[in-house]
Ligand binder design. Sequence first.
Ligand SMILES: Cc1ncc(COP(=O)(O)O)c(C=O)c1O
Length: 415
Amino acid sequence: MSLASVIRSEQKLLLPTYDRHKILFERGRGVYLWDSRGRRYLDFLSGIGVNALGHGHLVIQATLKRQAGRLIHTSNLFFHEYQAELAARLTRLSGLDRAFFCNSGTEAWEGALKLARSHARVQNSNGHKPKWRILALDNSFHGRTFGSLATTGQAKYRDPFAPLLPGVSFVKFDDCDDLKRQFDASVCAVCLETIQGEGGVRPVSPEFLELARKLTKSGGALLILDEIQCGLGRTGRYFAYQHYGITPDVVTVAKPLAAGLPLGAILTTNHVATALHPGMHGTTFGGGPLACAVAIQFLRLMEKLIPHVRATGKYFHAQLEELKATHGCIREVRGMGLMLGMELDSADSAKSVVNQLMQRGILINRTNEKVLRFLPPYIIEQKHIDQLIRELDAVLSASSTAHPQFQKSKVRSQR
Ligand SMILES: Cc1ncc(COP(=O)(O)O)c(C=O)c1O
């Protein structure tokens, strides 16, 4: 099927939810993807943080083949051999005690919000009014279902679907005073992304996260972290909160967990888990044998990759900072490990850079209008980073020739 005929059919048959780039991908291997015209692309986006092992990983292929031949689905009415093993690995890595498996990021986040409310009820079973308010952050993103939208601090996602879940208030990003002002005895949970992804790759500050931990602990509320994008090795540690030296009460993960198959998880403590009993939460597909068997392999492979993510992330960050010294249109470089963002001076520049890189065979995307987002597979190497930096340098230089006010005096050395 040609790109043109796929576009025509989709326009007629699908809900108009996506504004896709006009590329039809047909296959992938390692850090590369090939489109229907045979063009090769270097993947610095990994399906928005999902393909952490790149494409066509042989161990994942073998696991998929083996498990697909044995058992794909059972429902959660019965046991299979992989959920407990996967939970054991995730709890060991996170410092938490228990897991619930689901199918996507937003579903994990919905479950975490339900935990917050049910935990508050259990804590107040002596007849006092349960805590009910949820504090979330401005500029956050937690998904597209109603609870996730209600805690997403960006009007463009929320407004078309109002009214949303009641009881949610938004705290200014990283503003300790605002958090102190809004936190009171009615709050059942403080919920945030350790590093905002869709919000423009913004790590929360240690002061803010420590304050959120302190207030929730002393106030009998939960600290719930969304690590759907930044978790599972992306920052060079298994969980981004491990850079901060705190442990949340609940953390949600998803994107890379099953190496491209849909799988999400809620991880929490034994104490919080007492707020649920059979029938209160569940899913038909979540945590099936195929996805869980693959996720176990993903975590096994991660053990070797974590130091590599840390080293390549550090190198990549330094290279982006060097570009910043050369190009006046770069406002800031942010992020940790292989979750990096580069804020440009305008949304138009960012859009144009993404398109030009795509024409040069490199995939990245733009988030929060002005921010170039880099989420490469964990297997990315220094030579691929050098290639991206060379191309980015060329694209930014071309646009600063068109807009000389952004050119800095220093001329970047030839790579
Ligand atoms: C931080 C964060 N939370 C939640 C979600 C929603 O995940 P999903 O699209 O799998 O529902 C995303 C997706 O981009 C995300 O980045």
